[in-house]
Each structure stands twice: as structure tokens, then as C-alpha cells.
Design a protein around this ligand. Structure first.
Ligand code: NA7
Length: 499
């Protein structure tokens, strides 16, 4: 097999121009790697923030923490930044850093195969590319999940998923239904309750909600931060400190912090919802934080409006007129909104990704979606994942997490450039050890508290990081050479999971 030459300047393909793809491109350039191609399936950058344009879309992590550490933003309008301004922020950073011009838009990667020590990619534009390294920066929550409800396609009104919002339909005076009460639904409901005619919320499972005041920043607030990157960084660190010591600890084993979070969520419900019967229907029966905690200050007010009703009877089917619940009632609707979440385990798929000896990603993940330190996949040399399996730490900034991953990836590429690693490929044993370590940590988390959530895989195991932020940073501080292959294996049968 031909070895990739350890040139000083490897070629890299970054797949996706969302938050992590832009970050990776910037960091690669800072490391002196210029031969970088960014391939983006859509006609704009921004990922999540390009795709989600629903009314009320905002980030539930404080804005001053939801920024790149090297580029604070004094212009955020609110404590919780709105989707469109986050999208504008990423566009601005990419422009400032000279990244925008390097992105090849409307070019989805269709195949990505490891052949003779190189990655060969073909794209939807019919182009072919051969590179040393591939970074998959395709995000987690980008495949909308459509509910498996009988008759869904028979509905005669307008229907769409929240991640594909139909801005042509004016909801004023309309009978609107929304399925779901997750983070997205709560934001949407808080907004459209004011504009819809009648709004029916179909809730399958109630959620715990914490109210954090959404402060609007004044011109004076913004002016005090302009040109002051150190002040912005200090603000970000302060928010990070608070989140690590509250939300993150509460979900990963601190009884004290969990008791505080539980008290806070229960108090919010008690204080916000006056009618005891409605309150009872909005009360979850699982521990606070088991599903992703919802940070929201509009939902409870919205659900108590006269034009809004909460339907907790199970949905039986969808018909031409609307939603039929199991009590036989037909809820007639003009518009049906699906706030039913995403498929979080698809990652870069449906791309046809094949590693050593033709091993496909579907084969590698047929038993379980796992990675080594969330970044590397045995059998896929010189291939990296941003925000891969077990990245999220509950309610924390994914930007902070991806900056740690980007630095780790660069250290691995450095080792390859210095000839210390023939290829960057984690061993199967290292992956197994890492995932055993994760499994051990999961026992202390609240995610295994008996609820259903998008955090859980088919076996009911959370695809989350079960330890502290500090531990996360430590794990990815320095690559452990013993966890990587030291010699390129000879041609062999693909490393397929045992039956
Ligand atoms: P989530 O958190 O996965 O929420 C999806 C919601 O849709 C949730 O309330 C589900 O109820 C409901 N759902 C899904 N399928 C059905 C069917 N078939 N019938 C009734 N109800 C259904 O997605 P979001 O978009 O709100 O948030 C995803 C993340 O984005 C969020 O955590 C933030 O990180 C940003 P269930 O609770 O499963 O009973």
C-alpha cells in the first residue's frame, strides 16, 4: 500500500461550513496549513443557524459564551442571541478571517473513500478531490425527524418541520397545531401564540423548564464592550464558570446542584402556571435534567393564553382535517407544525464514507455509534469528527467543546507531519477502553433517570459526556501515542465489528 507522503503541508478537506467547519478552517490556517478545501452542501454557511429560521429561534446558552474564544461579539442584542444574529456572526467571522471565499457552496460530498493512503472525495457537482486528511464538520442535529404517525401525509392543510419553516404562510387567524414540547417547540410556541388564531399544543411528555431572564442589551451595554476583547473574554469565562458549576454538575452527579436545579424548575412551574389542573398536566414524572433542560421564559405565559390549548391525549392519527386523538376527537387545523426534533445519530450520513479496505461507516456503526475521544474512528485513518459521539455536556456551549476538539486534531496532524505517526488512526482497543470509561461515568448521570430523550441511543445509552468540563479538556489536552496505530496495517479484511 502506498503511504501518504508526510509533506509539511498536508491537504485537508473540511466537510461543512457551520460553526465547527469555519473554526477548523481558521485553526488549520493558523497552523500553516493552506491547502484546505471547505465543501458545503447549501448555498450559505451557518449550519444549524442557517437551517433553523422558525419564529423565536434563539440559542439557549448565553450569547457571550456562545462565541469563538478568539472573537467575542459586543453586538449581541439579548442574553440569549437570536438565530439570525448568530448566523450573521458566523458570516462576519468567516469574512474577517478570509474563510468565506474558500468555501465551495452547493457542493455536497457524496463519497469519501480511503484509497492507498489518501482520501478520495466525489461531490454533487461531479468533482473529484484527493486529500491527506478529512474533517467531518457536519453537525449533530441537522436531520429533521418526522414523526411516525399514521396518516401524516394525508393532511390537507399546510404542514412543515420547524427546521424547514414555511415563511410564506401567515398564521394570523389560522387554526394552528404544533406537535412536540422540546426546546424548539417552547421557543416557537412563545412566539406564535401571539400571532396565531387558535393554537393547539400536542404534548406527549411534559418537560422541565428553567426561566433565566432574557436581558436585552442596551446601546450602552454594547458600547462598553466594543473593542474590548479581553472584557468580552472575561464575560464569557464568567458564564462558563456558572454553567459548569450549575447545569453541568447537576446532570453529571452532584446531588447538591441537582437538588438546586430541581427546586428551580419546580418553583418556576409553580410560580408561572396558576391553574392547578394545567400545572399538573405540565408536570414531568422524571428527574429534572433527564431530558435536556429547557431554558425558556416565554412558554408558560404562552400556554396560558386564551387562544392556546394544551392537548395531552395521545395522537392516534392524522387525517385530512387535522389531528385525531385517542379519545376520538378530531382537532381541525389549517396548519400543522412538527417540532419533533432530529435524528442525532446520523452525523455525516447519508454520505458514503469508507475507510480502510472499504469499511463503510454503516458497518462500523452497525452495533453502536461510537468514536475514540469523540474525534477518531478506528478503520478511518486521517479522518476526524467535530462534535462526534459523546461530545455534548448537557446545557453547555458546543463552541467551547469544538475548540478543544480542533486543538486536539491539530496536535494529531502535527504528529503526522513530524513523522511520529504513520497515519492518525485510533486503535480499536483504545476506542473500546474509552467507551468503557464513558459507560462507567454514565451511571452517575441524570440522563439514565428513566426518561426518553434524543440523548439516548437504541440501547438506551446516553451519547453524552458524563464527566466534568475540566475532565473533557484534560482528556483532549494531549494525544496519547499508545492509543494510535504505530504501523500502517497491511492489506487485510476490514475491521468490522464482531457479530
Ligand atoms: P427534541 O428535544 O427531540 O423534542 C422533540 C419533541 O417532539 C418532544 O416533545 C417529543 O416528545 C415530540 N415528539 C417526537 N415525536 C413525536 C410523536 N410521534 N408524537 C408526539 N410527539 C412527538 O427536539 P427539539 O427540536 O425541541 O430540540 C432539539 C435540541 O435542539 C435541543 O435539545 C437543543 O439542544 C436544541 P417526547 O418528549 O419524545 O415524548
Amino acid at each position: 500500500m502506498q503511504q501518504a507522503s508526510n509533506s509539511k503541508n498536508p491537504s485537508v478537506a473540511v466537510i461543512g461550513a457551520g460553526m465547527t467547519g469555519i473554526l477548523m478552517a481558521i485553526k488549520l490556517r493558523e497552523a500553516g496549513i493552506e491547502d484546505v478545501t471547505i465543501l458545503e452542501k447549501a448555498d450559505q454557511l451557518g449550519g444549524t443557524w442557517r437551517e433553523n429560521t422558525y419564529p423565536g429561534v434563539a440559542c439557549d446558552v448565553p450569547a457571550h459564551m456562545y462565541t469563538y474564544s478568539f472573537r467575542g461579539n459586543p453586538e449581541w442584542s439579548h442574553r440569549f442571541a437570536r438565530g439570525s444574529e448568530i448566523q450573521a456572526y458566523f458570516q462576519q467571522v468567516a469574512d474577517e478571517q478570509g474563510i468565506s471565499g474558500k468555501i465551495r457552496f452547493n457542493e455536497a460530498v457524496e463519497t469519501c473513500h480511503y484509497v492507498d493512503g489518501k482520501w478520495q472525495l466525489t461531490t454533487s457537482q461531479g468533482n473529484f478531490l484527493e486529500v491527506d486528511f478529512v474533517v467531518s464538520a457536519t453537525g449533530i442535529l441537522h436531520h429533521p425527524a418526522y414523526p411516525d404517525i399514521k396518516g401524516l401525509d394525508t393532511f390537507q392543510g399546510k404542514m412543515w418541520h420547524t427546521a424547514r419553516w414555511n415563511h410564506d404562510v401567515d398564521l394570523a387567524g389560522k387554526r394552528v397545531g404544533i406537535i412536540g414540547t422540546g426546546s424548539t417547540a417552547c421557543q416557537v410556541i412563545g412566539e406564535i401564540a401571539r400571532t396565531s388564531g387558535e393554537l393547539t399544543v400536542f404534548q406527549r411528555t411534559p418537560q422541565w423548564i428553567i426561566r433565566v431572564p432574557d436581558k436585552e442589551y442596551s446601546e450602552r451595554d454594547k458600547a462598553s464592550l466594543r473593542g474590548k476583547q479581553e472584557k468580552l473574554a472575561a464575560l464569557s469565562r464568567r458564564y462558563a464558570f456558572v454553567l459548569r458549576n450549575t447545569f453541568s454538575k447537576a446532570v453529571t452527579g452532584s446531588k447538591l446542584q441537582h437538588a438546586y436545579m430541581s427546586w428551580s424548575a419546580k418553583r418556576n412551574l409553580r410560580k408561572s402556571v396558576r391553574d392547578p389542573e394545567l400545572r399538573a398536566r405540565l408536570t414531568p414524572d422524571y428527574p429534572v435534567g433527564c431530558k435536556r433542560l429547557i431554558i425558556n421564559s416565554t412558554f408558560y405565559d404562552a400556554i396560558q393564553r386564551e387562544n392556546v390549548s394544551l392537548e395531552t391525549t395521545a395522537i392516534e392519527r392524522i387525517c385530512e382535517q387535522g389531528v385525531v386523538t385517542s379519545d376520538g376527537v378530531t382537532h381541525e387545523l389549517d396548519v400543522l407544525i412538527l417540532a419533533t426534533g432530529f435524528h442525532p445519530f446520523n452525523f455525516m450520513r447519508p454520505m458514503d464514507l469508507r475507510g480502510r479496505n472499504g469499511l463503510s461507516i454503516d458497518e462500523a456503526w452497525s452495533k453502536k455509534v461510537q468514536a475514540y475521544r469523540s474525534v477518531c474512528l478506528p478503520g478511518f485513518p486521517n479522518f476526524f469528527l467535530m462534535l462526534g459521539p459523546n461530545t455534548p455536556i448537557g446545557n453547555y456551549s458546543v463552541i467551547a467543546m469544538s475548540e478543544v476538539q480542533a486543538a486536539y486534531i491539530l496536535k494529531l496532524i502535527d504528529q503526522w507531519r513530524a513523522g511520529k505517526l504513520p497515519v492518525v488512526e485510533a486503535t480499536e482497543a483504545a476506542k473500546r477502553r474509552f467507551n468503557d470509561y464513558l459507560r462507567e461515568g454514565m451511571k452517575n448521570t441524570v440522563w439514565v433517570g428513566g426518561c426518553q430523550s434524543w440523548y439516548l441511543d437504541d440501547d438506551g445509552d446516553p451519547a453524552m459526556w458524563p464527566y466534568s468540563w475540566q475532565q473533557w479538556e484534560k482528556e483532549l489536552q494531549q494525544p496519547d501515542p499508545d492509543d494510535f496505530v504505530r504501523e500502517e496495517p497491511a492489506e487485510q479484511e476490514p475491521l468490522r465489528p464482531a457479530a
